[in-house]
Write a protein of this length. Structure first.
Length: 116
């Protein structure tokens, strides 16, 4: 199983970013796909989730209104786009694939730094 994230880097405040995650080795379309983020010393925080099947979406409170998540099951890809970035959006962003509370996979993470 692999989840490979891309798209992180340095972004100026007020800017935007697009993170991609490509999954392999598992039935991607059956899994809830999510993005989380983590800052050292703090708990991992949900950014956004998109369900399989009906494509239901949940956004974390700190990014709601600034974030869009989408998935392309034909390409085993989940994408999150964020705008109006703030320094407090600086974190390592992780892709997650979950079938249940007991079966999930994590990517290696990609650093996003929001700074001028």
């Amino acid at each position: 199983v692999q989840l490979v994230e891309s798209g992180g880097g340095l972004v100026q405040p007020g800017g935007s970013l697009r993170l991609s995650c490509v999954g392999s080795g598992f039935p991607f379309s059956n899994y809830i796909m999510s993005w989380y983020r983590q800052v050292p010393g703090k708990e991992r925080e949900l950014v956004a989730s998109i369900h399989s099947g009906d494509g239901g979406i949940v956004y974390g409170m700190s990014v709601k209104g600034r974030c869009t998540i989408s998935r392309d099951d034909a390409k085993n890809t989940v994408i999150v786009e964020m705008n109006r970035l703030k320094p407090e959006d600086t974190a390592v962003y992780y892709c997650n694939a979950a079938l249940s509370a007991y079966l999930d996979y994590w990517g290696q993470g990609t650093q996003v730094t929001v700074s001028s």
